[in-house]
Design a protein around this ligand. Sequence first.
Ligand SMILES: Nc1ncnc2c1ncn2[C@@H]1O[C@H](COP(=O)(O)OP(=O)(O)O)[C@@H](O)[C@H]1O
Ligand SMILES: [Mg+2]
Length: 312
Amino acid sequence: MTEGSRPAIVARGVRRAFGQVLAVDHVDMEVRTGSVTALVGPNGSGKTTLLLMLAGLLRPDAGTVEVAGADPASSAVARSAIGWMPDTFGTWDSLTVTEVLTTMAAAYRLPTDLGRARTTELLRLVHLEEFAATPAHALSRGQKQRLGLARALINYPPVLLLDEPASGLDPRSRVDLRVLLRRLAAGGVTVLVSSHVLAELDEMVDDAVFLSRGRTVSSEALLATTTQRRRWRLRSLDAEALQHWAFDHSVTLYPDNDAPVGGTSVLVELADDAAAARLLASAVAAGVPVASLAPVSGLLEQAYMSLDAERR
Ligand SMILES: Nc1ncnc2c1ncn2[C@@H]1O[C@H](COP(=O)(O)OP(=O)(O)O)[C@@H](O)[C@H]1O
Ligand SMILES: [Mg+2]
């Protein structure tokens, strides 16, 4: 098998308990090299525990984990291939933003000059240049997240493991994160990114691994949830024309409780994009002034909602 086709991350039958709590019950997954893959699941579904095992910081009770071709718990080569961003950071005492990164560079044995250059480069990348001399503990949550991301990148890792990196980020920083992760992936970096907030990931990932109660949800099960009929929001400039057309064509309209203010907004259930195209053509042909027709939520979000029902 060539290096390129080999998955960067493989987990087989992975299990980990903390006392009586079975945090990760059974995880099977493969993450494609050069992909951005979402690790998605409700609170308590085992995301952090799984990522800790993938990062080599926690040993599985059963099963095997492979990152960049080796077991991260025992292989220094695997560990040096990993950039790890935890969901929360320990206190860095009085270290400045710059010192956090140069200290990390030294821990990875980067030559001092290279460590400094990499630090400058990363501070620019995550837009923290103006905070270079600020004590890290004084940063806002979003700024800490960005520093954490820079820290995870210090050693040019080919595999990035990010635990809820978008949490606490403002919208601008989220867009930046998406652009950055896409760019890294385009350069061959494999990114596994967890979140319990689907909207954060829907547009940035190639693949998704769903966790539910410590188990990876089978792709068949997932397919079943994502091929359910989706809800679309239809906005019309003329409520009456809309009602008439719906009546004539036996289209069921559902009330839109989250309707944007102004105009008439209803929900319709559609099987797929083709059904949406037909519905739009029919409404427009009947003279309904349609302002917009769009899915209420992304596919990932819809699949996630079906898992969220079992949150613990
Ligand atoms: N160190 C620990 N000790 C005891 N229970 C833990 C520990 N870490 C996680 N758990 C439990 O394992 C389950 C999964 O937790 P976690 O992996 O943090 O999930 P997630 O990151 O998806 O929210 C939860 O029920 C959590 O309370
Ligand atoms: Mg977590």
